[in-house]
Design a protein around this ligand. Structure first.
Ligand SMILES: Cc1ncc(COP(=O)(O)O)c(C=O)c1O
Length: 380
């Protein structure tokens, strides 16, 4: 049996998405910037997708800027905030994705800016009092970047609360919502968010396509220089088929949100209770063992398995055809370990192997049972 429980790394494309991507590839190869009929058709596809995505998220079409995905969107917002909006203080957390953390380090080398990190507790919760203190004591132009759903431990940030705090101190707020878009509802018109990042491959869309939400009148200048695509902010011929595929994926995600959420959540619940039957001492990392404050799509667990034996766990799961993640997906196979778990775990838990299992609507209860049996067999 092959089991794919690594949906936080990437998701399989839906059949309907593949169909819409391939039909655009077959029928519409024009360059959207061309003024002839081929170009106009391609442009129509893009603008229909932009409008559709904006509607699904309650944003305005001109606030959706297509990019190559989460990493580019994160880099775009942080870079533009510094170069175009005179932001000199960037505040984030130590458990953000590397697309944020490494971009911040890069910016610090180029510009005279300050980067501060808000405190977190041993569950990965953001200390909002500390955030407020950082904002209060700094008079400079600031931007806060905090992720919506943590890709490793699943913690959900209260966007309303954090955005309100930021705006109270005249600070811009960006959220990396790569793990949230397509899995949770967004009312962008009302949320106190200035910028947001998203990637289609996390909600059963194509890879290499995503978007930045940039609130109206944000006054950003080009991030990539060249043609006038994407309101001049992000030059380059648009990936028409991928944009259409992303719209299709998001449309289906929101059409079926409640039903699919129920299904995926029941997989997680079954996984959790079966796992605790086999390993009563297992510890869930962050809030991933809990409802509502953690995403229903993943669970991250530290297992009471000796260090010597743990070295063979990956190998065992791989042999059984099971795909899951040790720490963050982007670091699978790397020996440096997860910066998120390093930041929150006690020394004892750090010596236990931690695994992230992330689910989608294409998974089944039988697959959950198979994985639990494989873990039990390994520990025996
Ligand atoms: C929270 C988060 N941000 C950013 C990214 C990067 O997105 P992309 O792979 O589309 O560049 C990921 C992907 O793992 C992610 O989970």
């Amino acid at each position: 049996m092959n089991v794919y429980f690594d949906n936080a790394a990437t998701t399989p494309m839906r059949k309907e998405v593949i169909q819409s991507v391939s039909s655009v590839m077959e029928e519409c190869f024009g360059n959207p910037s061309s003024t002839h009929a081929y170009g106009r058709t391609a442009k129509t596809y893009i603008e229909t997708a932009r409008k559709g995505i904006a509607n699904l998220l309650h944003a305005a079409p001109q606030e959706i800027i297509f990019t190559s995905g989460g990493t580019e969107s994160d880099n775009m917002i942080l870079n533009c905030a510094v170069k175009d909006l005179d932001v000199t203080t960037l505040i984030s957390s130590p458990i953000e994705h590397h697309a944020i953390l490494h971009a911040l380090e890069g910016l610090k080398k180029i510009y005279k800016i300050k980067v501060a990190y808000v405190n977190i507790d041993n569950k990965g919760s953001i200390d909002l009092n500390h955030l407020e203190k950082l904002l209060k004591e700094d008079e400079s132009k600031k931007l806060v970047s905090l992720m919506h759903v943590n890709n490793e431990i699943g913690n959900i940030l209260d966007l309303q609360k954090v955005g309100d705090i930021c705006h109270q101190y005249h600070t811009l707020f960006h959220t990396d919502a790569v793990q949230g878009i397509g899995h949770f509802e967004f009312e962008l018109e009302q949320l106190p968010i200035d910028f947001l990042s998203s990637a289609a491959h996390k909600f059963h869309g194509p890879k290499g396509i995503g978007f930045s939400f940039i609130r109206k009148n944000s006054k950003l200048e080009p991030f990539i220089h060249g043609g006038s695509q994407e309101r001049g902010l992000r030059a380059g011929t648009e990936s028409v088929h991928n944009i259409v595929g992303m719209h299709k994926a998001l449309e289906i995600a929101y059409l079926n949100l409640n039903e699919e959420r129920r299904i995926v959540n029941s997989l997680k619940e079954h996984f959790k209770s079966s796992l605790l039957n086999v390993f009563p001492e297992a510890q869930f990392n962050g809030y991933s063992g809990e409802d509502y404050i953690s995403t229903y799509t993943l669970i991250n667990v530290a297992l009471p398995i000796s260090e010597e034996k743990a070295g063979l766990l990956d190998f065992h799961l791989d042999l059984k055809g099971i795909a899951c993640s040790k720490g963050s997906a982007c670091q699978s196979g790397s020996s440096s370990g997860s910066h998120v778990l390093n930041a929150i775990q006690s020394d004892e838990l750090k010596s236990w192997p931690s695994l992230r299992f992330s689910f989608s609507v294409f998974n089944t209860i039988e697959e959950v049972n198979y994985v639990i049996n494989a873990l039990e067999e390994f520990a025996a």
